[in-house]
Design a protein around this ligand. Structure first.
Ligand code: SAM
Length: 287
């Protein structure tokens, strides 16, 4: 069968089409053109994608391709492509294949010699990294954190000495436990950024040393809600900073009256030192 929607497309093609991660304005004009032009849209959840399509008044038929049926259905789609139809692959949100289905379909298409065309577009990991303030010259995307504590701790141990920024997806109902595991393995000083609800009304991007980030999250239940990305600063060899005796003595006095965090901040200001170095010294010597 040859396609009757060939105006935009010159040969049967699998298009990889990112969709918004929250803000519908983030769909590209090219994505809309492709979704309108293909014969079939392969979607992770056809009902979910149906809402997006009706918002943009796109009538292209959909085909369910999700984690549970992908291996088996990919061949059906490859056969349709070989028969002359074009297909757009979408997931519920963001870029297909990035912690989403599509790997088997793309690899089978490439093996069968089917043209695969990727469209650039929304992706939570890249969106979060671009605003995180963490080094972005090298980074490692690690997908979702393991669901169980042991798996998470193993993962954090694996990345403990990695010097690149490491990025994880995490679900809101595990965030408290995950950060506690991270604290156990990476310690309170590791800089971590929580990027939640990107492109949406309550978008929040907060970066702090892990100990402080946990306190910040605990101050407001809303900060644990929504979709989130965790970005961890790469390992840095500690600079062996000698703290002057008078500074540590001052800290020891202040900590009798103030929480360690505040005492470290005050001492840092008096002696023009790094508050994290004082905080760490306090944790090791005064608690
Ligand atoms: N394919 C998607 C992409 O390109 O980012 C990711 C799909 S994965 C199933 C869903 C996870 O991505 C969420 O649990 C969350 O960790 C992250 N995510 C998706 N949208 C997000 C948003 N608006 N803000 C923060 N994180 C988001």
């Amino acid at each position: 069968m040859t396609s009757n929607k060939t105006t935009y497309i010159e040969q049967p093609t699998l298009f990889i089409v990112p969709t918004p991660i929250g803000n519908l304005g983030d769909i590209t004009q090219r994505a809309l053109d492709v979704l309108n032009s293909v014969d079939i849209i392969a979607a992770e959840d056809t009902r979910h994608t149906g809402k997006l399509l009706s918002h943009f008044n796109i009538q292209t038929r959909t085909f369910a391709l999700h984690d549970h049926n992908e291996q088996q259905k990919a061949q059906v789609l490859v056969d349709k492509l070989l028969a002359g139809e074009s297909i757009a692959l979408v997931s519920d949100a963001g870029t297909p294949l990035i912690s989403d289905p599509g790997y088997h379909l793309v690899s089978q298409c490439r093996q069968a010699g089917v043209k695969v065309v990727p469209l650039p577009g929304a992706c939570a990991v890249i969106t979060a990294l671009s605003a995180s303030g963490l080094p972005s010259d090298r980074f490692s995307f690690e997908g979702f954190l393991p669901a169980k504590s042991k798996g998470r701790k193993d993962k954090f141990m694996e990345i403990a000495k990695v010097e690149r920024t490491c990025i994880f997806y995490e679900s809101p109902h595990r965030i408290t436990e995950s950060l506690a595991d991270m604290l156990d393995v990476l310690g309170p000083e590791r800089e971590v950024v929580l990027a939640r609800e990107l492109t949406k009304t309550y978008e929040t991007i907060q970066g702090l040393p892990l100990g402080e980030l946990i306190e910040w999250i605990e101050e407001d239940e809303n900060r644990k809600r929504g979709e989130m990305v965790l970005l961890i600063h790469g390992h840095r060899e500690p600079v062996n900073e000698e703290l002057p005796d008078e500074a540590t003595r001052t800290l020891a006095i202040l900590v009798k009256e103030l929480p360690l965090k505040k005492a470290a901040a005050a001492t840092a200001e008096i002696y023009n030192l790094k508050k994290n170095a004082l905080y760490k010294w306090g944790l090791e010597n005064l608690s």
